[in-house]
Structure formats: C-alpha cells, structure tokens
Design a protein around this ligand. Sequence first.
Ligand code: ADP
Ligand code: MG
Length: 674
Amino acid sequence: MNNIDIKYIKGVGEKRAERFRTLGLTDVNTLLQFYPRGYEDWSCPVDIYDAVCEQNCCIKAKVISPVEEHRVRSNMILYKTLVSDNTGVLEVVFYNSKYTAQRLVVGEKYLFFGKISGIGSHRQISSPKIAACESAVIRPIYRTVAGLPSSVIEKTVAQVIDRVDFEDFLPSHIIEDNRLCDINFAVKNIHFPKDVESVEVSRRRLAFDELFLVTAAMKFKRFHNLKKQGIQLKKDYIGEFVKRLPFTLTAQQQKAIGECTQDMTSGRLMNRLLQGDVGSGKTVVGAALLYNAVRNGYQGALMVPTEILAEQHYENLSKFFVGTGINLALLTGSVTKSNKNKIKQALLDGQVDILIGTHALIEDDVVFKNLAIVITDEQHRFGVAQRTSLAKKQDNVHMLVMSATPIPRTMSLIIYGDLDISTINTLPKGRQPIETYCVTNNYRQRVYSYIKKHLDAGRQAYIVCPLVEKTESDLISAEEHAQNLSSGEFKDYCVGLIHGKMKSTQKDRVMREFLNGKIQLLISTTVIEVGIDVKNAVIMVIENAERFGLSQLHQLRGRIGRGEYKSTCILITDTKNSETKKRLDVICGTTDGFKIADEDLKLRGPGDFCGGRQHGLPEFKVADLVNDLELFRLAAKAADRVISSDSQLKKPENNLLRRKIIAFLRQTAKYGQN
Ligand code: ADP
Ligand code: MG
C-alpha cells in the first residue's frame, strides 16, 4: 500500500501527480510523511461576541439576511450578508465570489472561518471559508505549490489515511518507557487530529522518532568504526617533538595528544573530533600527531578550508619541523599545474611527508604512498561529504577533525555522534581574556582615538564590515570604509583592505603585510574569521554588529587576544531591536564559546547555525532542536540503550531499526567510508 504511486490515488491522476512530485511526493509513503505545517481549528467555534479582532476565528452562525450585491468598481463586486448566533451579529463580505455567496441559504447555519475586523456593530468577517456545521474538525494546512492548494492535498491524504499501516521501528520497551503513542495513531492524527491534544501527542511521537533515528544511527556508526583496523604506529616520538617546542603544552593539549596517540598505536582506527575554542592551540596538537606519523615512516595530510589558512599552517608547521628533515608540501587551488604534478609525484614516491592544502587535496588523482593520518581543520567549514572522501583515500587512515566552533551538545551528538571527542577548553598560559564592548555610532570618534592610541604604541587593529562593496543599504562596506579611513581619519597610518572577492594572491599579499606589521589597520570582511594568527593585533572593531551571528562574532574576535597583549573587541551597532541587543549582551558578557553556542541556538535556531546544513545536520520534519531539548535527551538516552545492548542490531526486534538506520546513513553519505 505505502508504495503505491501517487497518481493512482483517487482524484489525482497524471497531471496532478506532476504537481505533487514538485513537493517531493511520489507515493503514498511520502505523501503521508508530508506533515501539515499548521492547522485550522474548526472544532470549537467561538461566539461572535467573543471573536477577537484581527485574528482567525471560526464562527458558527445562522444567515439572517439575503445576500446583497454592491458594485464598487467596474471590476469589483461585493457580496454582503448578515449572520448571527445568540451573542451577536456579524457582516460577512465576499469579493467577486458570486458562487460562494449564492451557496448561503437564509435561515441555515454554517461554519465561517476567517479574520474578524471592525468594531461594535460594524464587525465583519471578510472572504471567510465556509463549511457545513457537521465538519467541525481540525483541518490540516499543507505547504503548497502553484496548482496544488492545501485543500487538494488534504483530500488526497484523506483518501489513503485509513488504509495505511506503518510498521513500528522502535522496540516496544522504548515506546512504553517514553510514553509514546502508536505510530499509526501519530500519522493519522498529525494529518487529521481528533482534538488539539492528539496533535501534541502525535507530534511528540514523530519528533521522537526523528531524534532517535539520527542519534542511534551515529552511535551505530561509531560502534561500527570502533571495530575497524587502522595503521598501527609502533613507536611514540611525541616526547621528541614536545622538546622542540618554544612553549610548554597545556595539560589539555597533552591530554588530547595522548588520546590521539593512544588511538593510533592501538591498531584500531582513529575517528576523533578535537574541539577547542579559538586560540586554544589545536594546531600544535595536529603537528605532534603528524610528526609522530612521519617518524614512524608514514605520511600525513592536513586539510583546511581556505588558501590563506593553508599557507599559515604550512609556515607554522615548517617552523615546528625545522631541522627535522621532514618535507612539507602545500597544495592549493592556485598552485600551477606543473607544480601540482611535481607535488603529486613526490607524494607518490614518498618524498613529501606532509601535505597541507585546501580541498584540492581530495581530488582523485592525489595519491599517497603510505598515508597514516588525515587532519581536517576548521571542520565546520567543510561539508561532511568532504570529510568522508578524504578518509576514503585509504580505508585504514586515521582521522582527526578539528573544530573551533563550539556547538551545543545536542548538535554535536547529531553531527559528531560517530566520533570520539577530545576537548581543549583552556587557553595557553599568559593569554589575557578579550574584553568586548557594544557601543553606538555616537562613540565612533572615541573608538578611532582608541585605535590610534594602540597603533601609535606599535600594535595593530582590525575593522570588520558586513559587506564587501557598497550597496543601497546603510550597511558599511569594506571597500568604502577602507577608502574613507585611509584618506581621512587614518591617513597617517598604513591601512589595508582584504575581502573574499579578492584574488587569493592578492589576499595573501595583504595578509602577509599585516602579519609583518606593514599594514597597521586592516579593514576586512569575515574572511579573517578562519585561523590567521597575528599576535600583535589587539583591537577588533565590528561594524553593523547586529548583522552577525553570535558564534560568528565569537569566532571573529578569536583573531585578537592571541599574544601577550590585552585585547579589546568593540561592536558598533545602532540597533533598536531588543532581541538583537540581548544577543550582543551575551557576547559582551562571556568568552565561553559553548555558552555562546547554546545561546545562538536558542536565539536563532539550528538553521542559521554557522550555515546549519553545512554542518551536515539532517533536516527534521517535526523535531525542533531548540524546543524539543527534553525530548532529545530522552531519544538520545533510548538510542544509547538500544545500541549498547545490541551494537550491531542483530536482535530480531531491532531488525527494522537496522534497516532504517542503514538507509539513513546512506542517505546522509556518512556511511560512505566503508
Ligand atoms: P586554534 O586552536 O585557534 O587553532 P592555534 O593552534 O592557532 O589555535 O594557537 C594559537 C596560538 O597559540 C598560536 O600562536 C600557538 O603557537 C600558540 N600556542 C599554542 N599552544 C601554546 C602553549 N601551550 N603555550 C603558548 N602558546 C601556545
Ligand atoms: Mg586553528
């Protein structure tokens, strides 16, 4: 039944089926999983006396006057009539819809659904929907496309809803423990609820299913990974590397290195996330692991999202490895073809030990001689698919993913639930916390004087703008700002400009000039968000701060406060919006990335979260990561229970669940590494 093509449902046919397909609805199954986006409650009509103005109401009333026609303009006819219940009289108005108006019979009662306007005895309901009194139900409202109104979808669903029988993939003890309703009740009542409570009960069940499925899938995959064999490093050269460092590692850096090294010497495959706030020193952890791999006779790779960052990592690692004889190569999109070929050959021959680069790294013809570890930095910038395809290069290659974007625990269970996790949540010693202030444009002069004072003392500063080029909007653009400031306020200083639309060679030159101190004040867009390390930069001004997400602001300000100097971040905004002000207060009040991430999720929802989808978050039909937090906890706990007691889902009761999970993993491409 569930697989029947939608065109065979009564009233659909070939032509309408086409429209259904544009909504992704091809068969009974997909149709029934196309849940309403809302409801119209016709089930409890209100009294005319109580109907609230400017709100949608359902009224049950008798027609008390014949319909009158008023021609207002040549192309506009109004049809008016009066209706009443025991509490009052209401005028019903239709525009140009003779047919609807003529259906009304004086003396009969109907249900009217629409918006009420006017006051006192002049209250009106215009262009209401009308139904017979018997159809006092809660009606589903569906997302529509042209030619396919919600009412048609409703009728089509109604044709099949009673004949469908979904098999339950949740083990019965989970259903009982969590007091979930039956799956068929849920599907039926999400479309045609018998009352308001059953909407909630059904929604809860369907949301639970979604949350359970993703978390169970990730746990299933994690167990699956744990059984995989990885290249086993025989000796531990970490101590040798640490001795070379100009600083002492923090306890947490040491712990992270220890956890990774343990993985890599155990014989099983490492699949690990290293999460640590900006500036917590993740690079050196990666460097230690690469060093260890190379000393054991293998190669390593480090993949980053931008060319500038690739270059900086290349330079930093070169410094760490100076005098060791370790060969590094840099492979980015802008490397010439002949150089690329040389690098590829050297990789194949094993002359290059460590390859650093952008996603050019994962092209098919990049082949390593004996790759042992792949590290992906700033993971949140990559799609999950890219993370996977690099690991695919060799199936026993260890994988470490480094992410500077702290994400709420709920989301990390979904996105990184298949990985082991190491966390660094302390900054290296001697780092001073960044102070953040939020000011209005009235303070601009003072901000400029403050910047100058620091430039005069030999420090550097950033000004971040929301746009590259000038547009019609009032937003400040980097190009314009750079021009104005360099010829005006900061004409005695060296002002630079960097943004994402510049060629990478150009960006590189500017970044270099900022790094070596030639440029004192850098006007930029968010391109600087990722990774670049300029210890002498101590001020960051962010223009139109209201335009940025919290996590993004936090990420941006991570570019300062990276050295011994006290650093300040100044957010400029004239916003009057109290929500926005609240958001900015969070940033000023804490430097705890995880707390900020939680707030960001609450205030903006997961969709906006650093480009939500990029994270590899599945799209939920019903569940909502912000409002279903408690349900999420229950679902995650249940998933844990099921998978820990039957990690391969071999028990008969888990049969359907196993099939569902495998289908889910295929679909999200996360299963691709096998
Ligand atoms: P992130 O975690 O944001 O990638 P980085 O790895 O870029 O941070 O490190 C930030 C800066 O801190 C770098 O200049 C790095 O050399 C330095 N650093 C890292 N670890 C330590 C340490 N234990 N002591 C002092 N400085 C450190
Ligand atoms: Mg980094």
